[in-house]
Write a protein that binds this ligand. Structure first.
Ligand SMILES: [Zn+2]
Ligand SMILES: [Zn+2]
Length: 68
């Protein structure tokens, strides 16, 4: 499932295909996001926004067996 809000803001979401980091690019960003702030058409602000979206989506993952 692609994430609509992320696509609206960044044209990307965590479900999008990942690409290998070329030399000089952020390997961790390419592994998790699929691109980085050094990629053509991207900047570091977009990379930071993508990390925020990733963190938000992880927070939204339902946690099983709530005590209440
Ligand atoms: Zn997507
Ligand atoms: Zn890159």
């Amino acid at each position: 499932m692609h994430h609509r809000g992320a696509h609206r803001d960044l044209g990307w979401c965590p479900a999008c295909p990942k690409t290998e980091a070329p030399l000089g690019h952020s390997r961790v960003s390419h592994r998790e996001i699929g691109w980085c702030g050094h990629c053509h058409g991207r900047d570091l602000a977009q990379e930071a926004a993508a990390w925020r979206i990733l963190a938000t989506l992880r927070d939204e993952t339902p946690t099983p067996a709530r005590a209440d």
